[in-house]
Design a protein around this ligand. Sequence first.
Ligand code: NAD
Length: 301
Amino acid sequence: MTAKRIDGKAKAEQLATSITQQTAALLEEHGIKPGLAVVIIGEDPASQVYVRNKGRRAEACGFHSVQHSLPDDVAQQEVLALVDKLNHDDAIHGILVQLPLPGHLDEQSITQSISPQKDVDGFHFVNIGKLTAGHTDDAFVPCTPAGCMLMIEDELGSDLSGLNAVVIGRSNIVGKPMAALLLQRNATVTMTHSRTKDLPGVVRNADIVIAAVGRPDMVKADWIKPGAVIIDVGINRVDRQVDGEMKTKLTGDVDYDDVIETAGAVTPVPGGVGPMTITMLMFNTLRSARLSAGLEDQATA
Ligand code: NAD
């Protein structure tokens, strides 16, 4: 049987509609407009695209959206001063500094200077600690794993008791928080990475596979347990022949066409995890706006 294609784009659209409605209600009932500030440093073209999309999505949700563009050679102190200003700005509920940063800047001290209450990327150690301890009620969960979790819940429900989940990749942005979320839902979680022995053998035990590596088409059909749910986080640019012409295409870490006959459900690339990630950023910002006003966290994904 052919696997279900998990439509992340459609799910993200649905979620964005709900966020837009909740934003309008927050403004009407409490006079609060969620504010998102994005800081971009330098001219990296991929980052420029990501930041532009975040700004557009924020505006479409009805948010107050600001972008701060700083030059490539900006001093560390200047970035910290801007973050400090935004930390104290009541119109701003979410702050993110687009990564990667130019080499002369200290990424960790900049990320950690964002107030945990406005850290809508979920990279602050306070939010990482809360997630790891299972206190997600007032923590910001990193957007990519949060979006992956919603798609997994759609397929398997919110209680993953008895299911084996294998996470491939141990980054702080995806792999580690993903494992924490799966554990919180009672899955039996195995973390794998570049030093794992017999990765295909480990993945073959998985009812749920999350691939977050950055290697095009690495996960093949003979790695997959029949019926498994596969979430492909990878975004890789590869050159492929299309109609006799070389074109750059986006592809994931999972060989989609290969696994489709074995898996139960798979996210495509593009159109899977990517659109969910940006929408979860909006969700976190709305949530932050509600929490900052002392309102109960009724924002729902
Ligand atoms: P990263 O480079 O920080 O981490 C990659 C991980 O893969 C490492 O833990 C490494 O140990 C592991 N790895 C490397 N080679 C391996 C191998 N041969 N076998 C097993 N594990 C191996 O990457 P990241 O930031 O977690 O991103 C991973 C991928 O996901 C990238 O393609 C990135 O572009 C993509 N990504 C997508 C989104 C999205 O919104 N869709 C968000 C974040 C990252």
